[in-house]
Ligand binder design. Structure first.
Ligand code: FEO
Length: 401
């Protein structure tokens, strides 16, 4: 039935599902390692389900909800976030427990109708604001609004007795939970890159709001983090807090990501020469990507990590290579910060690509590299020397930073 179940604390349960079938998250981002949808259930004087899972996992999910409830009814359904990977089973839960009371904020209520055409009676929807509390008996939930991380209605809740934060998408990542539901049961280093790919592609463009949310949450004493994707953090929650702070604040590491678009290998050769010259200059952490082969989400993930971004493009119809154009759009709306940037490229008979890449570099908030290399046809000795010069400039800049 593919729904996982684990006791986190007395009367607090993890109920989540692994999804290895869905190929693309939000129908855009590849999921080679799958993804988990996490939900939680509290049994107290009142019972509360915290979020649901994507609709494709409804059967197992409903089974586990019933199993954990052990014959009790469901009093509350807390909706931290309305994106369908978490709200997908709300209708099914409501059918089973028609007397339940929804808990959400003002925007949640609107979205409940917009997405699911559910209009609860006023006495069946508790509208919470920042600082409001829901009393469950021995436990309580305190609500903190985290708007635009990454939807307008996004909010988290905090259970103060056991210091548990239910953090919705915040602190989540791609990848299924393979047996290990808790951080102490697995090696997070294996999952860190997929967690950062999730952050950079799903949350990254809202980093300013993420910084505000993380600042709010830093005032709370947290022992356990229960996000809606990835591990439950009970041993080292500070690890994921530190990672999220770093990514939201655009803190970057030394390294160079070279991404090129090439039809017949001329621009690709320039990328490889540049990478070689960089290594000779002593630069570590050099990554080279073919924009036609590697999905933009992986390229963005690496660019989010490393300080220097170099883009190279062949000219196509007097313009930038189409697949590179797509990457430029992804980079543009993610509002990168703290990056050094440089460009190179080639053309057959009239240019265009390097001009466009340079315009992109000029419009962004980048530390720009002066050496721009453009080759007519194949790379000649002159361009080779220019690439050597660009490598030296990059190495110097990285040392200065
Ligand atoms: Fe995991 Fe924004 O939904």
């Amino acid at each position: 039935m593919n729904c996982l179940y684990a006791k986190i604390l007395d009367d607090l349960y993890y109920i989540g599902a692994n999804d290895r079938q869905t190929p693309l998250f939000e129908n855009m981002w590849p999921l080679p390692e799958g993804v988990s949808y996490n939900a939680y259930l509290i049994r107290d004087e009142k019972t509360a389900l915290l979020d649901t899972v994507r609709i494709n996992k409804v059967d197992g999910f409903i089974g586990k909800v019933l199993e954990v409830l052990e014959g009790r009814t469901l009093d509350y359904l807390v909706i931290h976030h309305m994106e369908p990977d978490h709200s997908g089973c709300i209708r099914d839960i409501l059918e089973l427990f028609p007397d339940l009371t929804f808990v959400g904020n003002k925007k949640t209520k609107t979205m409940l109708y917009d997405f699911l055409e559910i209009t609860p009676d006023d006495n069946k929807f508790i509208e919470v604001k920042d600082g409001d509390t829901l009393d469950l008996g021995k436990r309580k939930l305190n609500f903190v609004m985290t708007p635009m991380v990454h939807w307008p209605e996004s909010m988290v809740s905090y259970e103060p007795t056991d210091k548990v934060l239910f953090s919705q998408d915040i602190f989540g990542g791609f990848g299924t939970v393979d047996g290990a539901i808790f951080d102490d049961q697995a090696d997070y280093n294996i999952f860190r890159s997929e967690t950062r790919r999730y952050y950079s592609n799903i949350v990254g463009k809202y980093s300013m709001m993420a910084v505000k949310a993380l600042d709010k949450l830093s005032k709370i004493d947290i022992d356990i983090i229960c996000p809606v994707h990835g591990f439950v953090w009970r041993e080292n929650p500070q690890t994921i807090i530190d990672d999220y702070k770093k990514w939201a604040n655009h803190e970057v590491e030394d390294g160079v990501v070279i991404t090129y678009g090439s039809m017949y290998g001329n621009t690709e050769a320039m990328a490889d020469y540049l990478a070689t010259f960089l290594a000779r200059e002593g630069v570590k952490n050099i990554k080279v990507f073919d924009v036609s082969k590697t999905h933009a989400s992986y390229i963005l993930n690496e660019i989010w990590k490393y300080k220097c971004m170099i883009l190279g493009s062949a000219t196509y119809d007097n313009s930038v290579y189409p697949n590179m154009y797509n990457l430029l759009n992804v980079l543009r709306y993610n509002k990168l910060k703290n990056h050094i940037m440089g460009v190179f490229g080639s053309y057959g008979w009239s240019g265009g690509a390097v001009k466009q890449l340079t315009a992109f570099m000029e419009e962004g908030k980048f530390e720009k590299l002066e050496t721009i290399v453009e080759s007519r046809g194949t790379m000649h000795k002159e361009e080779e020397n220019q690439l050597r010069k660009l490598a030296k400039e990059i190495a110097t800049k990285l040392k200065e930073n």
